[in-house]
Design a protein around this ligand. Structure first.
Ligand code: DC
Length: 230
C-alpha cells in the first residue's frame, strides 16, 4: 500500500499530538512530535544555565548545536515514544510550564530551526509518518500528501492544557496556562523564522466543538482517501 506523509500544524494545545498518535497507530505509521524537539533544545539550554531572567545566551547555544543529539525511543510498556537528549530520557521534564515558557525563544533561532528541520526531513524520508508542529506542511514537508491545520478557541485549549498539567501534579493556575497560550500563539504567528501559517492546501480542523472520536474519524477518512489515490 502507498505510504504518505501526514503533516499536522496548528496552535498550541489544540490536540495535534493526540490526533497524530491516533492516526499513526491506526495506519501503522511513525509519529514524530517536533514540538518535543524544540522543547529538548530548551531543556538543554536551561540545564546549561543559558536562560537568565528570561534572556537567552543565543551565541553559546548556537555553538553547542553540534553537541545536541535528539532522538525518540519507543516505550512499549507506556505505548509511546519518549524524547532522548544526548542519551538521557528527558520526556518527564520537557512539558513543564517552565520549559513551555522558554521554548518560544528557542523556536525563534534560525540555526536551531535549520538543524531540527534537517533532522525532521531525514526522519520522514521513507514516508509512513505523521508529524506535528507549526511548519510541517509549510516548510518541512511542503509536498506532504495530507496537511491538516488544527485550531480551537484559546479558552478551550487553556482548559485542556490546565487539566493535563493538574493531572500530572503541576501547581499552576488556569490564568497562568491561559496567558502562556496567548503568549505562544503570538510568538508562533509573529516570529520571523517560519511562523505558524496555514499552507494553502491544508484542511482546517476546528475542534472546539468536536470530540476526539469525531475528529479522528473525519481525518482518518481523508488519510485513507489520499493513500488509496492513484
Ligand atoms: O507543540 P509544542 O507546544 O510542544 O511546541 C513547543 C514549541 O515549539 C512551541 O512554542 C512552538 C515551537 N514549535 C515550532 O516552532 N515548530 C515546530 N515544528 C514545532 C514546535
Amino acid at each position: 500500500m502507498k505510504k504518505i506523509v501526514i503533516a499536522i500544524d496548528g496552535y498550541s494545545s489544540c490536540g495535534k499530538s493526540t490526533l497524530a498518535k491516533q492516526l499513526a497507530k491506526e495506519l501503522g505509521y511513525v509519529y514524530i512530535d517536533t514540538g518535543a524537539m524544540y522543547r529538548a533544545v530548551a531543556y538543554y539550554a536551561d540545564s546549561c544555565g543559558y536562560f537568565d531572567s528570561n534572556s537567552l545566551a543565543v551565541t553559546e547555544l548556537i555553538k553547542d548545536l553540534p553537541k545536541i543529539l535528539i532522538s525518540f525511543r519507543y516505550n512499549s510498556s507506556l505505548e509511546k515514544s519518549e524524547t532522548i537528549l544526548n542519551g538521557q530520557n528527558i520526556e518527564q521534564h520537557i512539558r513543564s510550564i517552565k520549559i513551555s515558557n522558554y521554548v518560544s525563544k528557542i523556536a525563534q533561532i534560525k540555526e536551531v530551526r535549520l538543524k531540527l528541520i534537517e533532522l525532521q526531513r531525514a526522519m520522514g524520508k521513507e514516508k509512513g509518518i505523521v508529524m506535528d508542529g507549526r511548519d510541517i506542511g509549510s516548510v518541512v514537508f511542503p509536498d506532504a500528501e495530507l496537511k491538516l491545520f488544527m485550531t480551537a478557541s484559546p479558552e478551550i485549549r487553556a482548559q485542556r492544557r490546565y487539566d493535563e498539567l493538574v493531572a500530572k501534579g503541576e501547581k499552576v493556575t488556569f490564568e497562568e496556562v491561559f496567558s502562556n497560550i496567548i503568549l505562544r500563539d503570538n510568538d508562533d504567528t509573529t516570529r520571523s523564522e517560519n511562523p505558524l501559517i496555514k499552507a494553502s492546501d491544508a484542511v482546517v480542523i476546528d475542534n472546539s466543538e468536536l470530540t476526539q472520536v469525531e475528529q479522528f474519524e473525519i481525518t482518518l477518512k481523508m488519510a485513507l482517501s489520499k493513500i488509496n489515490e492513484k
